[in-house]
Structures are given as C-alpha cells and as structure tokens.
Design a protein around this ligand. Structure first.
Ligand SMILES: Cc1cc2nc3c(=O)[nH]c(=O)nc-3n(C[C@H](O)[C@H](O)[C@H](O)COP(=O)(O)OP(=O)(O)OC[C@H]3O[C@@H](n4cnc5c(N)ncnc54)[C@H](O)[C@@H]3O)c2cc1C
Length: 360
C-alpha cells in the first residue's frame, strides 16, 4: 500500500508542534530526530480518500467487497457463522468461517459478548470542523499538526487536510464541557476557540467549510476482543484519546496481526478464541503503552516538564519516538522514557507541595 498512499497527494507530516495558551512557548516534536523512527515522515489523510484506497486495494488483492451492507446479526455454530445483513431495504444472509468486528465504536460483536470499558482518566469530548483561510507554516513544517494546550487541561488541534483545508478541533474534559457547552457543536467550538488566545489569531481570516461535529471522545478497552470464530480490531477493540493521533496506526497494525492469526487458523483448522490470545494481549499492551502519555498530557506536571527544557536531549528524543508511533521501543528507549516519567512524578510532588503552601 505504501507506494499508492505516497502517490495519492496526501499532505506530508514530519512532526507536531505544541503551544501553551498564550502561544510563545512552542515545543516542537520533529519525528526526524526521534529515536528508532525509520520512517519519520507520515501523512495527514482525508479519511474518505484513504479508506477508498484501502478498500480498492483489498478488492484488487482478491477480497469480495460488499458496500452499503449493514450487519444485523451473527449466528455462531460449530462449522461457521451465518451473518444477516440489510442492504437497500432488503435482508440477506451469508456463511463465513470467521467474523472480524471492524465496526469502529459501534462494536457490533464486542457489545454483544462484552462491553467497552470507559477509561476513568480520559473522560473528554471533542468538537471539530473544517476551515479554509487559516495561515500555515511554510516548508517542511507546513503539514505538521499544531496543538494548543489550555489551562483547563483541554487542547485544540489544527491538522492540514489539503492545500486549503485545515481540520480544527477542541478536546475538552467532560467536566469542563458540562459547565461551558453551548446550544450547538458549532457554538461550542467557537466558544473554545474564542477563549484560547494563541489559536484565535490563526482564525482571523478563516471560514468554516463543514458542519461542526461532536464526539463523546471517551477512551475505552473492550472487556473481550475475541471468541470462537470472531475477533475485534481497531476502535471496536479499543479507542484511545486522539491526542497523539494513534488511532489509524493502531487499527491497521491490529488488521495485520489478525489477518496473520486467521490465516494460520484456517490453515490448521483452529479458529477458536485461543488463536487470538497473543493478539489481544498485544492490543492491551499497546493501549497502555500510549495511554500513559495520553493521560500525562492532561496532567499539569507532565505538561510543565514537556514545555520546559528536557533534562537530557536523549530523553526528549525517546518521548518523541513514542509520540511518532513507536510501539515497540528498545530497552534503552524504555529506560529513557521511565526516567522521563520519574521526573514527571517528582514534578507532581513539587506542584502538590507548592499548591498546599499556596493554600495556607
Ligand atoms: C475526535 C477524533 C479525532 C481523531 N483523530 C485522529 C487522528 O488525528 N489520527 C488518527 O490516526 N486517528 C484519529 N482518531 C481515531 C480514528 O478515527 C479511529 O481510531 C479509526 O477511525 C479506527 O478505525 P476503524 O476502522 O476501527 O473504525 P471506523 O473508522 O469507525 O470504521 C468503522 C466502520 O464500520 C462501519 N459499521 C459500523 N457498524 C456496522 C454494521 N453493523 N455493519 C456494517 N458496517 C458497520 C461504520 O460505518 C464504519 O465505516 C480520531 C477519533 C476521534 C473520535
């Protein structure tokens, strides 16, 4: 797929910049200097175009693609699965050997056999829309994501989607949103943009070109991700806060691993839950690997350290490596990341002491 994606005209992304509420204290995560990042350049993809490319590639590779078919039931027996679907108002059935629940946050099978367990430390919402007329950086940084953190622990994203369109979103803690939400997603987004001064200047000549959307952006892990003849991938299995843009990468990695497990299973005649054990463990491990950073991002001690000079350049480069998507860090990178979190823990204690002194 890589060559097709690279030739599809998507915006190149080389890094991410972070700014505090007032703008000047920029922290730039340049993926080129991240540890263990052999492909530091990725893409900002328009999902409808990207998904269409993936779909046509599957078709070309031999998959039978049925579009606009909605799964309504799956009946399991010892020889296979009978799927019931609706299509253009009619109902049909089909026999398959294994079902992959790739239904995103709907989690068709996951919710039948278990549930999505919300993450208590990542209770946020998102409101977002597309804009034209927002100035962007020039050169290699023109395609980077720009993030603006807010004192209420929320943050804004600016993601270039094409040469003219930029996606703008606000991720806000649910407790804050309950207090500050407006009548419509568009008004809520305008409100969060208006009281983030650094971001506001970017919007002076901008025009919203899509309706604003609201997402109850909580994070979760499925209580069960697989069973006999079924397995869940992508958001059906787990959803992590979009702060480090890990969603599509994690979903695609899950797709690769599940395809291998099913291929082996069909060859050996065993498509029981057992063959997905390693996969499920890997999904949970990866979720927790990135979750630590996502949770940290909503914490004052983590943010303070992130915006200050790093104690050692190699520690910063190790953290950026994870932000660039490194889900299998080497021993040395893991140690450097542990040192970073140890300093965050010390910073947390210091902030607490200062806070209690201030309260006296
Ligand atoms: C606010 C927000 C911002 C995000 N930002 C980023 C980002 O910057 N970068 C990033 O990588 N990720 C981001 N993500 C995450 C990313 O969107 C998801 O992780 C990714 O789309 C997961 O892919 P998926 O295929 O599992 O699910 P989806 O993309 O949700 O696809 C699921 C598909 O299943 C279909 N479906 C549902 N039910 C049925 C049914 N019964 N029968 C048939 N089909 C069905 C749906 O119509 C849909 O087409 C963001 C998510 C949110 C909410």
């Amino acid at each position: 797929m890589s060559d097709t994606i690279a030739a599809s005209g998507f915006i190149e992304k080389w890094g991410a910049s972070f700014r505090g509420p007032d703008g000047p204290d920029e922290r730039y995560a340049d993926f080129q200097f991240a540890r263990e990042t052999p492909t530091p350049q990725t893409f900002q993809v328009l999902r409808e175009k990207f998904d269409e490319i993936l779909l046509r590639h599957s078709e070309k590779s031999g998959a039978r693609v049925l579009e606009e078919h909605r799964l309504t039931d799956a009946a399991f027996d010892s020889d296979g699965v009978t799927l019931t679907f609706s299509h253009n108002g009619s109902v049909g059935t089909m026999r398959v050997g294994v079902v992959i629940d790739a239904s995103g946050r709907t989690g068709v099978l996951v919710k039948r056999f278990g549930r999505h367990e919300p993450d208590p430390l990542l209770l946020n919402i998102a409101v977002h829309a597309q804009y034209e007329g927002i100035p962007r950086a020039s050169g290699r940084r023109a395609g980077d994501i720009r993030m603006y953190t807010r004192p209420d622990m929320g943050w804004l994203w600016f993601i270039p989607l094409s040469d003219t369109v930029i996606s703008v979103g606000a991720v806000i803690p649910q407790v804050v949103h309950r207090r500050e939400s407006k009548a419509t997603p568009g008004e809520s987004l305008a409100h969060y943009l208006a009281n983030t001064p650094a971001a506001l200047s970017l919007l002076e000549g901008a025009r919203r070109v899509s309706p604003a959307r609201f997402d109850a952006d909580y994070s979760y892990l499925a209580t069960r991700m697989a069973g006999d003849r079924w397995v869940a991938v992508g958001d059906a299995a787990a959803f992590l806060d979009p702060v480090f843009s890990t969603g599509v990468m994690l979903a695609m990695q899950a797709g690769v691993e599940v395809a291998e497990a099913i291929d082996n299973g069909l060859r050996t005649g065993d498509v029981s839950a057992r063959i997905f054990t390693d996969y499920e463990r890997a999904v949970r491990r990866r979720y927790h690997h990135f979750r630590r950073f996502a949770v940290g991002f909503y914490e004052p001690a983590f943010r303070k350290l992130w915006y200050s000079r790093p104690p050692l350049r190699s520690i910063f480069d190790a953290v950026v490596s994870v932000l660039a998507g490194n889900w299998r860090p080497s021993f040395v990178t893991r140690v450097l990341v542990e040192i970073f979190f140890a300093v965050v823990a010390a910073e947390r204690v210091l902030l607490k002491i200062r806070g209690s002194r201030g309260a006296r």
